[in-house]
Design a protein around this ligand. Sequence first.
Ligand code: CDP
Ligand code: CDP
Length: 219
Amino acid sequence: MSTHHVVAIDGPAASGKSSVSRKVAEKLGYAFVSSGLMYRAFTWVVCEVGLDPEADPDAVVALLDKTKIEASRRDNELFLLVNGSDPGDALTSDYVNGNVSKVAKIPDVRKALVKQQRACAEATDIVMEGRDIGSVVFPDTPYKFYLDASEVVRARRRAAQGLGDEIAERDRLDSTRKVSPLKVADGATKIDTSDLTLPQVVEALLGQLSEQGVTPSST
Ligand code: CDP
Ligand code: CDP
C-alpha cells in the first residue's frame, strides 16, 4: 500500500464532494482526484461504441481492454485522456449521466478502475472523492469523510448548475448495487451539508484533519 496520505470523501450526487475536495486539496497542497470522472470517461467510450450496458455487460467488459485512460496531473488536478482524446463536456452529457451508474455497477469495470485509482496515490498525497473511496479503494486510510445533504437541497444544487441530471435515479442505482455500493465507510466522519456553505464544509474537514495531525505545514 502507498505511503502517501489519502483523504477519502464519499457521498451521493451533489452533496458537495468535488467542490469541497478541490478546495481541501488546494489548502493541503495535495492532488485532487475525482474517481467519478473515470467512470464517466469509460461510459463515454461505451456511448461512442453504441453499447447498452444493461443489455450487453460482457461487451462493455471486453471494451475495457481496448480503452486507454491516461491520467496526468495538471494544476494539482487529475486530467484524463481517453484513447488519446479529451472527452471535455461529454463527461457531463445526458447520455453519460443516464448510463454511468449502469456501467459502474459492472464488477469487472470497477476492478479495472479501482486499480487505476489506487495507482494515483503511488506518486503523491491525494484527496479522492467518489462513492467507495473510504470503504473499498482506500479502506485503510484514517482520513475518511461522508458528505450528505437532503434530496431537495441536492436537486436544487444540480438545477442551479444548469444540469438536467436525474440524480435520484443515479443515487438509487449507486446505493443498491451488489458491488461496492454507496455507503458510509467504517470510521468516516459524516457531515450533513444541507445548511452549510461550501467554506463551512471545507473548514469542518480541515478542522477534523488538523485534529488528526494533517495540516498544510505537515505535508
Ligand atoms: O461532487 P458532487 O456531485 O457531490 O457535488 P458538487 O459538484 O461539488 O456540488 C454541487 C453544487 O452544489 C456546486 O455548485 C457547489 O458549489 C454547490 N454546493 C453548495 O452550494 N453548498 C455546499 N455546501 C456544497 C456544494
Ligand atoms: O458528481 P456526481 O456526484 O454527480 O457524480 P460523479 O462523482 O461524477 O460520479 C458519477 C457516477 O460514477 C456515480 O453516479 C456512480 O455511478 C459512479 N461512481 C462510482 O460508482 N464509484 C465511484 N467511486 C465514483 C463514481
